[in-house]
Design a protein around this ligand. Sequence first.
Ligand code: 6PG
Length: 244
Amino acid sequence: MSSYKIIKPDSDAVCIEAAKNFLRLAQQCVEQKGEFSVALAGGSTPKKFYQILSQPPYSTSIPWGKMRIFFGDERAVPPDHPDSNYGMANQNLFKKISIDPLRVHRIQSELPPEQAAEAYHTILSTFLASNDAGQPVIDLVLLGLGDDGHVASLFPGTDILDIEDKTAAAVWVEKKKSWRISMTLPVINSAEHIWMMVTGESKNDIVDRIFNYPSITDPLPVELVIPHNDVTWYLDEAAANWIR
Ligand code: 6PG
């Protein structure tokens, strides 16, 4: 596994750099295999990134008609709920570009969580080619990072971290007092490329811990993200204060 760090002065510069590389990767994948699949991240960090993609030159250059868009996780709320990850991406990206809605595969979070997870497991295996291990392969998985080391909805101490036979699962997150539906580690780690998008001073302690004091014996969820190919950390200086 290769790991790369891209550190920019602020979150806007991070999102602009990520947008440039997103366009390049999308065009490269479409040229090589006719399609580009991406799993979008939730939370607040990627909002500016989606807004940049929704505007020229990106909105007019990205090959949206050859893409399939998935989601790393979703809150167990309807798609028009303020907490919906799909809703955030829809407001900041999908509504502003021309993309076939059938190419946007949201998690049906209005269903009971277990049912939504099972449905998403089927969607992932239906629309993505699988690797030799039978895992659906996503070209790019975008992940944010919680200050407790969670990624997607893989929170410390939750059973979902141990799931190996499903690509998506429902998980009760005690600290959030809510159900989530999330991709599981096997499908995240099967991705061709993983991008960690982490900005802001509130993340510099967790970034410091991951890079300077990695835990082997009791790994954080983010430390279980061990892609077979490569992971790129997109960081602003505030989040990367203790690493260089
Ligand atoms: C979610 C995300 C979650 C998020 C991190 C960071 O549904 O909230 O999947 O993993 O990426 O919590 O969130 P921020 O970007 O808001 O800091």
